[in-house]
Design a protein around this ligand. Sequence first.
Ligand SMILES: NC(=O)c1ccc[n+]([C@@H]2O[C@H](COP(=O)([O-])OP(=O)(O)OC[C@H]3O[C@@H](n4cnc5c(N)ncnc54)[C@H](OP(=O)(O)O)[C@@H]3O)[C@@H](O)[C@H]2O)c1
Length: 324
Amino acid sequence: MPRLIRFDRTGGPDVLQWVEAGLAAPAAGEVQVRHRAVGVNFIDTYHRSGLYPVPLPSGLGQEAAGIVEAVGEGVTEFAPGDRVAYAGGPLGAYSEARNIAAHELVKLPDALSFEQGAAVMMQGLTAQYLLRRTYRVQPGDTILIHAAAGGVGLIVCQWAKGLGATVIGTVSSDEKAELARQHGCDHPIVTSREKVSARVREITGGEGVPVVYDSVGRDTFMDSLACLRPLGMMVSFGNASGPVPAFEPALLAKMGSLFLTRPTLFHYTARRADLLAMAGELFDVVASGQVRISVNQRYPLEDAALAHAALEARRTTGSTVLIP
Ligand SMILES: NC(=O)c1ccc[n+]([C@@H]2O[C@H](COP(=O)([O-])OP(=O)(O)OC[C@H]3O[C@@H](n4cnc5c(N)ncnc54)[C@H](OP(=O)(O)O)[C@@H]3O)[C@@H](O)[C@H]2O)c1
């Protein structure tokens, strides 16, 4: 019987349990995948803590890479032995094997390892839509990305640099600043020492930036608005420090007729054609070496709680994977 991580109450990392569970044959439209590497993402901590409520008991995780073991009726796109990866579907990626709808899967190119596949689907597809669709970065733009040394952050820094942007990024330590710099961040800002909006104004000659990608949420939201030039785009895409409190929309007018969006990956990948196009673009920048995937933490799958504790304590850089 495959083993997996499950939780029956919300709370800290200690609610995660390592259990055995039966696995039925894949139903019509489903594929059974034997996981070789599982991605850890900040959103997994929101599900575990209860910030994003889910019915309990529940599995956890939405990203993995592995090998197809069996396919259900009607599945023609995949066959046993295929290397595949996914970011999405019902919670349950923290498992040795599972069934998942075929439309969630993409084929993993030979150029990418299972670890890279598990690390890059959620964070890399997020970087793709942020930079290429939500606000399409142009050569010569100066952009601001928060948590620049994190999983999404290191990918955004490299990709934006490749698109011809100047990258400003926030980090919490000098070590993270150096890492961000090595990944294309031109101006790392260490948040404990510098006020971000003041430094951004300094770097941009007072003008401000056309876009802020803010995944930190509560602690940074207001100051991020102050970094934008008139008609700038505020992309609030995460809550690592907690959710953004309610505010008056008139504030956006006062600060420069700003645009605000609160996107989530799953709307951008909802149509299969979009998922395949986005994954194709992502795999190209990884395979060409333009974007290097930094898997900087690895844990046995059963130690998922340790991975969560490290992520929430800001002790990680780049991506984290769990190995079944
Ligand atoms: N909307 C979407 O579609 C989407 C998709 C994927 C991810 N996300 C969001 O993007 C963010 C990054 O995800 P990730 O998996 O790549 O994680 P990550 O960036 O590797 O880790 C989170 C980072 O946030 C920073 N941070 C700032 N304040 C924090 C606090 N109070 N507690 C913990 N961390 C804090 C830390 O970097 P420093 O120590 O340098 O400050 C930390 O390393 C998350 O907010 C996630 O929810 C959104």
